[in-house]
Design a protein around this ligand. Sequence first.
Ligand code: HEM
Length: 421
Amino acid sequence: MSIGESAPPVPDVFDPRRYAEGVPYSAYRTLRDHHPVAWQEEPEVLGWPAGPGFWAVTRHADVVRVLKDSATFSSWLGATQIRDPDPADLPFIRRMMLNQDASAHGRLRRLVSRAFTPRRIDRFAAVVRRRAQALCAGALDRARAGDGTCDVVSAITDDYALLNLADLLGVPESDRALLLHWTRRVIGYQDPDEVGEPLRDAEGRPVNPRSPSALRDMFAYVRQLADRKRTHPGDDIMTALATDPELAGPELEMFFFLLTIAGNDTVRSAAPGGLLALAEHPGAYQRLRTQPGELGLAVDELLRWHPPVLSFRRTASRDTELAGQQIRAGDKVVVFHASANRDERAFAAPDRLDLARTPNPHVSFGDGPHVCLGVHFARLQLRVLYQAALESLPDLCLAAPPRRLVSNFINGIKALSLQLT
Ligand code: HEM
């Protein structure tokens, strides 16, 4: 920008409907270059009431700083979603470790990490591999039986994420559709394709899907499942948690809720997002077929390229300054992972997909005390799925534009039609 020119206006990156058109990368770039900590209005959208507005943080270094400094940027004060929870629901939402700080968070994180050991997760690898191979073969059959195209979301990735998570948690076969129902209700609540009409209270106002009244059926189910695990233990996370004397009943219920959402929709977004990137970069796909040794790096580059989580919210616990911007105690501060992952200050040629990129300090799994607990399981699932695709699908070619989720939180893909034969 030369002398005399003024900075461009602050673009809106809040409206969830924008994301159905694609991640607003050029708006993010304007923010990073000119307004790295920018005020965003929060108008009423799709019947959801207006909010007070928030600071959008878009540069990599500032995103990392916010995520690491949980004493200043709290997950507990206003929880972690952009939309403010109903104040009456806040005590309930704060029972989840995602929405806690400091020692309370540390205690729960230590307890559940004991159930989440890499050894336990690696024991699922063979089942995950067979599932990936079967789903890819099924997709190919579907394509061959028709016009050569297949929607890989309904044929492969939705079931893959859900069934892997159900195995890890120890949810019986017959109950697996329930998991999908709950995750759709919570994550897709702004998208009519996902939920139909939202739940409403007696006055006709939409009910926040994270409120206790909307979750009653799920919690009743968890109590039954925990009882069953105590009498019929298995090698799964729910058995480990239900039999841990240090974990109280309501903590277990909240943890099941957290895993159902955090462990499903993220992989459900990452998997089609990675396949879409590969379909859009056929040269990279063919190279990977000849050099499968690079698959580990490729998984992370595909996560940088298509981060499943678009944003997380914190609340300032005191007055502070970020990138020259004054922030007041109580202000909402929202980090934008997809913007940080394309920051020219942190990545060489960030708009180029480089499957061998190293180092790759992407923030798709977050950073700081809340960094994703499911990293190992997520990477395992993605590596195995891409491996199965590389072995069985010679070409991935985009047959129609993908259909995207209306959400400023999850970078969801609802349909991805690929030409497979
Ligand atoms: C590609 C897939 C995934 C991505 C991109 C992802 C991303 C994230 C991110 C960004 C956070 C940080 C939240 C914050 O800053 O407040 C997080 C936390 C978390 N994730 Fe994941 N996740 C993925 C898969 C999974 C899986 C498969 C599981 C479990 C089965 C899981 C369990 C969790 C849990 C329990 C937390 C909360 C950690 C805490 O509060 O200390 N995630 N994830």
